[in-house]
Design a protein around this ligand. Structure first.
Ligand SMILES: O=C(O)c1cc(=O)[nH]c(=O)n1[C@@H]1O[C@H](COP(=O)(O)O)[C@@H](O)[C@H]1O
Length: 234
């Protein structure tokens, strides 16, 4: 299935209020059709806003990165499925992923396992007690994600090709840490440009600050979609 370039860009609504999120969605107009609601906006009324976006015809990725006892994850996932969002994130630990898959049931919701955060490098993993390399940890979690039956994985574009080899074509690979030429890296540590990420095999790109903080967010989004389209056509 060929997905149009615009539908492969997920804009992270990392803003402090629903009013600012509404303004951003209005500003981007037809340039973006898929939005991510993360922790900041969710706490500020973003769960209800997800319903408004869905009613207006947008796709919504609810990025709550769930990780809790299995019963809690399963029940929370069931509630997320009722909202009609397209994607929900959980941390890619086997018990957590299995619980989310049970909660999703046969609904349309797709569960994404977050492998190793793109703001982490080897030293962050080591500080958390993981001695394996970033690549080995992502590969291990990819295999566990496939085993648990989740629908996709969040990883950096650097690992996409290796993850694809582990999970095959059917799982969606979603890559944050996208930095078009010239945009600030900020706290991200494993980054790639939009075109390169698509060529590496990413299905969806998650982009926040390079769009939100741009002087002209709509133009920034259009340039990224243009890069996706050019890379996908190769
Ligand atoms: O799950 C995510 O979306 C996520 C996982 C990850 O490993 N790294 C990561 O940056 N994200 C999210 O992707 C977005 C990236 O934002 P920018 O760095 O501003 O483009 C943020 O909303 C993060 O919460």
């Amino acid at each position: 299935m060929i997905v149009p370039a615009r539908e492969r860009l997920i804009v992270a609504l990392d803003v402090p209020s629903v009013a600012e999120a509404e303004h951003l969605v209005e500003t981007l107009a037809e340039s973006a059709v898929f939005y991510k609601i993360g922790l900041e906006l969710a706490i500020a009324g973003g769960i209800d806003f997800a319903g408004e976006l869905i009613a207006a015809g947008y796709q919504v990725f609810l990025d709550l990165k769930l990780h809790d006892i299995a019963n809690t994850v399963e029940r929370a996932t069931r509630k997320a499925a009722e909202l009609g969002v397209s994607f929900l994130t959980v941390h890619a630990y086997p018990q957590t992923m299995r619980a989310a898959v049970a909660g999703r049931g046969d609904s349309e919701l797709k569960i994404l396992g977050v492998s190793v955060l793109t703001s982490w490098d080897q030293s962050d993993l080591a500080a958390a007690g993981v001695e394996a390399s970033v690549a080995a940890t992502v590969a291990r979690r990819a295999a566990q994600a496939k085993e648990a039956g989740v629908d996709g994985l969040v990883c950096s574009a650097e690992e996409v090709a290796a993850v694809r080899a582990v999970v095959g074509r059917d799982m969606a690979l979603v890559t944050p840490g996208i930095r078009p030429t010239g945009s600030a890296v900020g706290d991200q540590k494993r980054v790639m440009g939009p075109g390169a990420a698509i060529r590496a095999g990413a299905d969806f790109l998650v982009v926040g600050r390079p769009i939100i903080a741009a002087p002209d967010p709509k133009r920034a989004a259009d340039l990224i979609v243009g890069e996706i389209a050019a890379a996908a056509a190769i």
